[in-house]
Design a protein around this ligand. Structure first.
Ligand code: FAD
Ligand code: FES
Ligand code: FES
Length: 1347
């Protein structure tokens, strides 16, 4: 062993780095130059070319990088298999470990593993970027437990995210591995169990052509655990033969030392007190990647036996500091099974915290010592350790000491009493005493894999046999820079009886003691303060119940209040999908209307599908990193690259002067490739660094120093309104006579709502690879929805004609609108670099950069006046819409226009005016996102209709129904609605959801429960289909038939998971009359189909489908004579003879949507080709004390016309719904008052996870609803279902109303979106909220502002 300077230390005498030996997919790898700063993910992808494992976030928050590690443990003689995040696993930690990646378990060519096959065939893979990670989580679970329960599976997926599918199909497919998987999936005796359950609620008519299964489990290969790949025998003998080894690896900036014994570890820590100890690297990895920390020496003690020991003592269990959280949980679970219940209170509290601690991949590597020593104020374990009085053993080379985890242990933010030379050896968790009760609580924005807002543990010990408090410890996280004890309150309550008086005193005292500065980091100050009381109240009631159970004479908890003590349990979800089968007699080869699997799904599940960054690197390829502004609005005074240019690997810097063509770019030509003197948002691209590797480029980018002269930024909509900072034009749609309408109204109400923005969070971030070719040609591989726009942007920046620029798109790992126009941000920059250096250049944005730079859904603020009659009929609406556009126009005008086109949602309002103001602010430019402003417009409508119902004291369902459009009525923009199916969707939704019975049950539930409330809402949607920019409603296709009869199909649309290519193959297959297997789509490229419109507006199947149909019909016609001549011949025969007859077997197809063209000036002309409709009914339950909510049930009925592919369409409905659920209930972007985005990754920005899927989910596609306006009578489906998630929001609002009614408050109230736990809690006004009044706005500078 050497010290960091390379001189020999006592432990060994080898020169240079040791060899790192590990196995990947059974292959032995000997790495002679293991870099301590390299992660396993980078090694797999860049060194081994195993690109199946994806990079989604680099912070352990998305699971896209999940792989399985297997290790032989000599001391227990056990083989361990566990899922981990490769993005956080240091390469150097893998000595003598076997790594299994998605490629190692199966492939399309070789043999699929059942976990790969089932996710694909159950339609659980759309864009596929999350799929390998999910496959590996499931695989690791099965390796440990071949017959898991649903709960095991849900636990295994806590660390995996998917942005496309909505999770239901993944659970559905994988439940076939479980013993107890929820719904039968259509395999029940009498068809689907869910359908049977709701039978009474359905239309009386039974449809024979209705199907409830999107896949057939009989197609699944059986799972045989004995066939699994074996642990490498060589590794087994190496592991058995060797004792723990001391190792040393040197990198550019860091040395990794792995001691082989405790003594050596202590010695090393003595010599290198500044060294970082790394076990799971889940904390240090984040510091290095995102906080620019450099640790010259890393000590890795993970395999030292003393640090892994579990010792059962007389009064508890001691865990070595390197014990992983998963291991600790297993030991505690086992102990709870065997101990007397009164002894396990502390263990149960730890287990409760571990239940919601990160995801499985993190828990499998993160150590208990790491959690303690990080000393995070929001650690979930430290409050329990503190409340339970755990003891720690600390040691240095001279000896050990024991310290108590009390309020003296943490000395400041992320600081403890542990001395630099000391290490933590173990933590002792005691048994609880007979008269001791302890509870732990964690409140976070999302239940699964989320960091706490407030976390707490409370322990009380009574004088035996009484309710007199002998000892009380209330410990809180999230209320100070350290985990803290509410000592004053606890002291006051000593000797007191556990009753109402004590509760009152505790609450007033906690409200005083647990104060927070109104500007405290993390914000949510009022909520956090209230939580300290609410959680104590929960504890109080729980203890009361337990005392009674022990026979102590205390007040009985009323049955109504019991709801405060419920501990959350996830119920196994069940679901049903209903669609109409194809007409009897439809030819088997004609797959239109059948639930055909996404054509790339199998490849996606095996990791063989190639995404842009999976392409092998060119030999002379370089990497680019962006230099971006840290100020929202400023003049650039100077840029200093001197420190950066001497860093290793740096090749070149680029700034505005390096742009050979025009530096002006963007949809509205109001952006720059590189900032020119001024920056107008944080994240504005100022320059770029090109280097040999990604790490070198990024390090250099961070070393560039920029001086600014700050200017006043405009950040929020309210600031923009005050400053009248608007873009032109201010759009208006007006119809009827507003004045007369309000005169006619019997009631007039005013209201407002703010709808927060949304991050796209496509799992694959923006990526471009630019390759210079001859004659000024530039070929780009881009993850974009808009190849033609990208081509224009790049050509303009390079100063060449568009014919020199080729854009190729194979597939995207999700787009959702975020890659429609914002490829302007990256592609021109990368192309300029490739052009300057005449070498291929690649850049894939890191998640934090992508979130910072590329904008998202526009935040909206809606203000309205609504006039209505006693009946609930709305007669007049005057609404103003303000969107936060950001620093450039991008697509904001079309987005505002669509908001106005949807301002009445599905309601007929005879007198209406909507005005749209686009706020010019210093945020990164906001852009398209599924729904394109429509959801924001509709949300305001749903708000006024709810207000109307609330103010009349009527059911919102009745008021909505009363105002629904009727067929033949006209919209505010004078488009008459023909073929309206809203009423059919409405009736079917009510009957399938059992609305009437549900409503009665909700009513009863709310009567019986004070602290949890249920709510119910039915919400319709009407979504206009067409680009509102008329010229975009066109598409092209190019179809080649080769001599062998195979068909190469190209069209203008891009594949981002939505199944467009699959649908296009289905269309071509029907028109040409050949099986899909003869048709291939390779990619989308600008040299095959020119001038394509972005794949957006839900219209791509309509537009490209018609163009494909057109091309195929041309070819069919050309082949017809040969078919007539040889009717018995095959397709191949006709093609061959046609070829020899010199027939052109290539054809272009084209389509443009007829009769479009709306004029705002005249309020006439058709805005939309047709409309898609749908209705959803949702039920939720809120916890009034914490603001948490459960999605109990959702029933959706969606009109997609005659579905081209029910599996894909239902996938879009569910995926869209879940994204909407994120927007309206969960996802919150926080910006500082200076315009800095504070939420830049999955750690702080929460998209829905597996656990957010409604417990009961029913989706049916409206039957018998052909649409004569689109290909094969289908309808667009990508965006329309998104808004149906508002049913969850309004169900929450309904539940809050019930809670407010308990405090005597009725009538309309404001609830902004998202209905986060904070908002729900703060709106449920009660005795606890009253004790924590919010600080007066304007008297402090908040941590974050509503933009
Ligand atoms: C995606 C994600 C989710 C997370 N979720 C949660 C959560 O829900 N709740 C929560 O509380 N935390 C959470 N964390 C934080 C983190 O996972 C935990 O703090 C974890 O326990 C750290 O353990 P580790 O072994 O990975 O630490 P490492 O990163 O290896 O080390 C952390 C720190 O502890 C020190 N250290 C470790 N062992 C010793 C020792 N024996 N002696 C002295 N110093 C030592 C190290 O020097 C280092 O400073 C999350 C982290 C991530 C990335
Ligand atoms: S990339 Fe590793 S968890 Fe997201
Ligand atoms: S399929 Fe899961 S992220 Fe796209």
């Amino acid at each position: 062993m050497r010290d960091v300077n390379g001189t020999m230390a006592e432990a060994g005498d080898r020169n240079g780095s040791d060899e790192l030996v590990f196995f990947v997919n059974g292959r032995k790898i000997i790495e002679k130059n293991a870099d301590p700063e390299m992660t396993l993910l980078t090694y797999l992808r860049r060194k081994l070319g195993l690109t199946g494992t994806k990079l989604g976030c680099a912070e352990g928050g998305c699971g896209a990088c999940t792989v399985m590690l297997s290790r032989y443990q000599p001391h227990t003689k056990q083989l361990l298999h566990y899922a981990i995040n490769a993005c956080l696993a240091p390469l150097c930690s893998l000595h003598m470990v076997a790594v299994t990646t998605v490629e190692g378990i199966g492939s399309v060519a070789r043999k699929l593993h059942p976990v790969q096959e089932r996710i694909a065939k159950s339609h659980g893979s759309q864009c596929g970027f999350c799929t390998p990670g999910i496959v590996m989580s499931m695989y690791a679970l099965l390796r440990n437990n071949p017959t898991p329960k649903m709960a095991d599976m849900e636990e295994a997926f806590q660390g995996n995210l998917c942005r496309c599918t909505g999770y239901r199909p993944i659970l559905h497919g994988y439940k076939t591995f479980t013993l107890d998987g929820g719904c039968c999936g259509g395999k029940g005796k009498n068809g689907c169990c869910m359908k049977n359950k709701n039978k009474v609620l359905q239309n009386s008519e039974e449809y024979v052509d209705e199907a409830t299964s999107l896949f057939n489990t009989e197609d699944f290969a059986p799972y045989d655990p004995t066939q699994e790949v074996i642990f490498p025998p060589e590794l087994m003998s190496l592991s058995k033969g060797q004792r723990s080894q001391s190792l040393c690896f040197h990198g550019e900036r860091t040395t990794w030392l792995q001691p082989d014994s405790l003594d050596e570890f202590l010695l090393l820590k003595w010599k290198h007190p500044e060294a970082r100890v790394v076990v799971g690297n889940t904390e240090v990895g984040i510091e290095v990647k995102f906080k620019n920390m450099v640790y010259p020496v890393i000590l890795a003690p993970a395999f030292i036996p003393e640090l892994n020991a579990v010792t059962h003592t007389e009064d508890g269990i001691s865990f070595g500091a390197a014990c992983t959280l998963s291991h600790m949980a297993a030991v505690l679970r086992q102990a709870v099974r065997t101990l007397h219940p009164h002894q396990s209170e502390v263990f149960l509290a730890v287990l409760e915290q571990l239940r919601w601690f990160a995801g499985q991949q993190i828990r499998n590597v993160a150590a208990v010592g790491g959690n303690i020593m990080t000393a995070s104020p929001i650690s979930d374990l430290n409050p329990v350790f503190m409340a339970a009085g755990c003891k720690l053993i600390l040691m240095d080379k001279d000896g050990s000491r024991e310290v108590q985890m009390d309020d003296r242990f943490f000395t400041g933010y992320r600081r403890t009493v542990v001395r630099p030379q000391e290490i933590l050896i173990s933590v002792h968790i005691p048994y609880s005493k007979k008269s001791q009760f302890i509870s732990a609580f964690k409140q976070s924005p999302r239940r699964e894999d989320d960091i706490s807002i407030v976390t707490a543990a409370m322990s009380v010990t009574f004088t035996p046999g009484t309710d007199v408090v002998e000892d009380l410890r209330l410990s809180y996280g999230g209320m100070a820079p350290t985990t803290m004890l509410a000592k004053k309150t606890a002291n006051k309550l000593l000797g007191r009886q556990w009753g109402e008086e004590l509760l009152q005193e505790a609450c007033s005292s906690l409200a005083e003691e647990m104060t927070l500065d109104p500007s405290a980091p993390g914000g949510m100050v009022t909520y956090r303060r209230t939580l300290t009381l609410s959680l104590f109240y929960k504890f109080y009631l729980t203890v009361l119940q337990k005392l009674r159970l022990q026979g102590v004479d205390v007040q009985e908890v009323s049955s109504k209040s019991l709801s405060a003590t419920q501990v959350y349990h996830q119920e196994t979800p069940s679901s049903v999908q209903i669609y109409q089968t194809v007409p009897e007699g439809q030819c088997q080869d004609d797959v239109v209307g059948r639930p055909m699997m996404h054509l790339s799904a199998l490849k996606q599940a095996t990791g063989e599908a190639v995404y842009c960054d999976d392409m092998p690197t060119y030999e002379n390829e370089l990497y680019l990193a962006l230099i971006t502004s840290t100020k929202a609005h400023a003049q650039i005074l100077s840029v200093d690259v001197s420190a950066a240019e001497c860093l290793p690997g740096v090749v070149s810097f680029l700034f505005a002067d390096d742009v050979p063509g025009s530096n002006v770019t963007g949809i509205r030509l109001d952006e720059t490739v590189f900032a020119d003197n001024q920056v107008t948002c944080v994240g504005h691209i100022i320059g770029a660094v090109v280097a040999d590797t990604q790490v070198h480029a990024q390090r250099a980018a961070k070393a560039v120093k920029i001086q600014y002269e700050e200017l006043q930024p405009v950040v929020t909509i309210q600031e923009a309104i005050t400053a009248r900072s608007f873009y032109e034009p201010i759009r208006t749609i007006q119809n009827g006579d507003l004045e007369a309408g309000f005169k006619q109204a019997e009631h007039i109400l005013e209201g407002e709502i703010h709808i927060g923005g949304q991050e796209h969070f496509y799992l694959e971030t923006h990526v471009t690879l630019a390759v210079p070719r001859e004659d000024e040609e530039m070929e780009l591989f881009v993850s974009t929805q808009s190849p033609s726009d990208t081509q224009c942007f790049v050509a303009k920046a390079l100063g060449v004609a568009a014919n020199k620029v080729l854009i190729r798109v194979k597939r995207m790992g999700g787009g959702f609108g975020g890659k429609e126009s914002r490829s302007v941000v990256l592609s021109p920059v990368v192309a300029v670099a490739a052009n300057k250096l005449k070498r291929p250049v690649r850049c894939m944005l890191d998640r934090d950069e992508d979130m910072l730079i590329t904008g998202g859904r526009h935040p909206f603020y809606g203000k309205y006046k609504v006039g209505f009659l006693n009946s609930g009929k709305v007669v007049a609406v005057d609404a103003s819409f303000y969107s936060n556009v950001g620093n450039s126009m991008d697509l904001s005008q079309a987005i505002m226009e669509r908001a106005l086109f949807h301002m009445e949602n599905s309601y007929r309002v005879p007198n209406i005016r909507g005005q749209g103001f686009m706020c010019h602010t210093n945020l990164p430019s906001n852009t398209a996102f599924r729904g394109f402003g429509g959801p924001q417009g509709m949300m305001v409508a749903e708000n006024w209709i709810t207000d109307v119902a609330h103010s009349l004291g009527r059911s919102a369902e009745e008021v909505r129904r009363l105002n629904l459009y009727l067929d033949g009525e006209s919209t505010p923009y004078n488009q008459i609605l023909y073929g309206l199916t809203l009423d059919r969707c409405w009736n079917e939704c009510l009957s399938r959801s059992g609305y009437v019975q549900r409503q009665a049950a909700v009513h009863l539930y709310n009567k019986q429960n004070r602290w949890t409330k249920r709510g119910l809402a039915v919400v319709p949607t009407k979504f206009g289909i067409s680009f509102t920019a008329t010229f975009l409603n066109q598409a092209g296709a190019l179809v080649h038939i080769y001599k062998d009869g195979s068909v190469l199909l190209t069209h203008g649309g891009t594949e981002m998971g939505q199944g467009l290519h699959t649908k296009m193959v289905q269309v071509a297959s029907r028109v040409l009359g050949i099986p899909c297997s003869k048709i291939h789509i390779s990619e989308t490229s600008t040299n095959t189909v020119a001038n394509t419109s972005p794949t957006a507006a839900s219209a791509s199947s309509d537009l490209n489908g018609a163009a494909v149909q057109n091309a195929c019909e041309i070819l069919k016609e050309r082949l017809e004579p040969f078919k007539i001549k040889n009717p018995e011949g095959s397709w191949e025969d006709w093609v061959k003879t046609a070829y020899f007859d010199r027939v052109n077997l290539s054809a272009n197809g084209f389509y443009k949507t007829p009769d479009l063209g709306y004029s705002f000036e005249l309020n006439s002309g058709r805005a939309f080709h047709y409309f898609s409709y749908g209705v959803a009914c949702s039920e939720v339950e809120i916890d009034c004390l914490t603001g948490a909510h459960k999605n109990l049930s959702t029933t959706i009925v969606m009109d997609v016309g005659q579905s081209l592919n029910p599996a894909i369409d239902i996938g879009q409905v569910e995926g869209g719904f879940m994204q909407g659920l994120g927007l309206f209930t969960l996802e919150e972007l926080h910006y500082s008052p200076q315009g800095v985005l504070l939420t830049r990754g999955p750690g702080s920005y929460k998209i829905p996870a597996f656990g957010n899927v409604p417990t009961e989910l029913s989706v049916s596609l409206l039957r018998d609803a052909p649409n004569d306006k689109a290909i094969f009578s289908s309808k667009a489906v990508g965006e329309p279902p998104f808004f149906l998630a508002a049913s969850i929001f309004y169900a929450i609002k309904d539940a809050i109303s019930a809670a407010r009614a308990e405090s005597g408050i009725t009538g309309p109230f404001r609830l902004d979106s998202p209905a986060s736990a904070e908002r729900i809690r703060n709106t449920c006004s009660d005795r606890f909220t009253k004790l924590c009044p919010p600080a007066e706005p304007g008297t402090f500078k908040p941590w974050s502002v509503q933009v």
